[in-house]
Design a protein around this ligand. Structure first.
Ligand code: UDP
Length: 247
C-alpha cells in the first residue's frame, strides 16, 4: 500500500490518500492548540502517544461492537483507516462538569452530573465551534435526523464502555469529544481520535488532570497567576495515560 498526496492538514493530524480508494493514512503531529487556535505550541511525543492510544481504544471499542474507521497502526505516528467523510459536528459527552460548561452555565468544576450531557458543536473555526442542537444540524444539513439518531445512540454506548474501561485504570472520564464519519458504502462509523487531546482524564484518587488541560493551563509566561492553578508536566501526563491504557 502506498502513501499518496496529502488530502488535509488539521491542528493535530494530517490525512493522506493511498492507492486504495477506501483507505486513508492519518499522521499524528506533536502540535497542540487551545482556545480556538489562540494558544499554539507543541507537546513532545504527543503524536506517538495519541496514535498508539487511539489504536488501543478503537480496537477495544470494535471488540465491543462499535464500528470505527480504524484498520491498523502502521508506524510510530501513522495509522491506516477507512476513508470517511466526516460529519462537521463535534459530539461531546460530559459526565462531570469542567471546561466551557462551567463558564457557560455557572457550574462548579468537578460537579458530578446527575446524568450525562450530550452536546453537538458545529465544527467551524470561524465561529469558534458553537454549541448547536439537533434542529440546527438538520436545518443546516450537517446530518439527517436518522443519522443523528444513530450518532446519539452510538455515543451513549461509547460513553458507557469508556467510563467503565477508564475506571478500571483509575481514571474518571470527565468528558470527551468524538467525531463520526460515513464510509464510501454509507456506514456511519466512529472516526478521528480518542486521546488526552480530546478527553478530560482525572485520576480517581487525587483528581490530578492527565490531559490537555495541562497544556491549556500551563501559564509559564504569565507573571500574576492570581487564583489560577498552573499546570505543567504535560508530556509526563500523556505518558502516564498511555501507560495506564497499555497496562
Ligand atoms: N474538545 C476537543 N476539541 C475541541 C473542543 C473540545 O477535543 O475543539 C474536548 C475537550 O478536550 C473536552 C471536551 O471536548 O474533553 C469538552 O470541552 P469543552 O467544551 O469544555 O471545551 P474546552 O474547555 O476544551 O474549550
Amino acid at each position: 500500500m502506498e502513501k499518496l498526496e496529502q488530502l488535509y492538514e488539521g491542528k493535530a493530524k494530517k490525512v493522506y490518500k493511498t492507492d486504495r480508494p477506501d483507505e486513508f493514512i492519518i499522521e499524528y503531529k506533536d502540535d497542540a492548540t487551545a482556545f480556538n487556535g489562540e494558544k499554539k505550541g507543541s507537546i513532545g511525543g504527543k503524536g506517538v502517544i495519541n496514535n498508539k492510544m487511539t489504536g488501543v481504544i478503537f480496537t477495544m471499542l470494535e471488540e465491543k461492537g462499535i464500528p470505527t474507521h480504524f484498520i491498523k497502526v502502521l508506524s510510530e505516528k501513522e495509522q491506516l483507516v477507512k476513508a470517511v467523510t466526516i460529519f462537521p459536528l463535534e459530539v461531546i459527552i460530559r459526565n462531570t462538569a469542567a471546561g466551557s460548561i462551567c463558564k457557560r452555565l455557572g457550574l462548579e468544576e468537578g460537579l458530578k452530573l446527575k446524568s450525562p450531557i450530550f452536546e453537538f458543536c458545529y465544527k467551524n473555526d470561524d465561529f469558534g465551534d458553537p454549541v448547536i442542537n439537533d434542529y440546527h444540524a438538520i436545518a443546516m444539513e450537517l446530518a439527517t435526523a436518522e443519522e443523528i439518531e444513530v450518532i446519539r445512540e452510538m455515543t451513549f454506548k461509547i460513553n458507557d464502555i469508556l467510563k467503565a474501561y477508564f475506571l478500571e485504570k483509575g481514571i474518571n472520564l470527565v468528558d470527551f469529544k468524538i467525531e463520526f464519519g460515513k464510509t464510501n458504502d454509507g456506514q456511519i462509523v466512529l472516526a478521528d481520535e480518542i486521546s488526552p487531546d480530546t478527553c478530560r482524564f482525572w485520576d480517581v484518587e487525587t483528581n490530578e488532570k492527565l490531559d490537555k488541560d495541562r497544556f491549556r493551563r500551563n501559564l509559564g509566561h504569565i507573571e500574576d497567576l492570581g487564583h489560577i492553578e498552573d499546570l505543567g508536566h504535560i508530556e509526563e501526563a500523556y505518558e502516564e495515560m498511555l501507560k495506564r491504557v497499555q497496562a
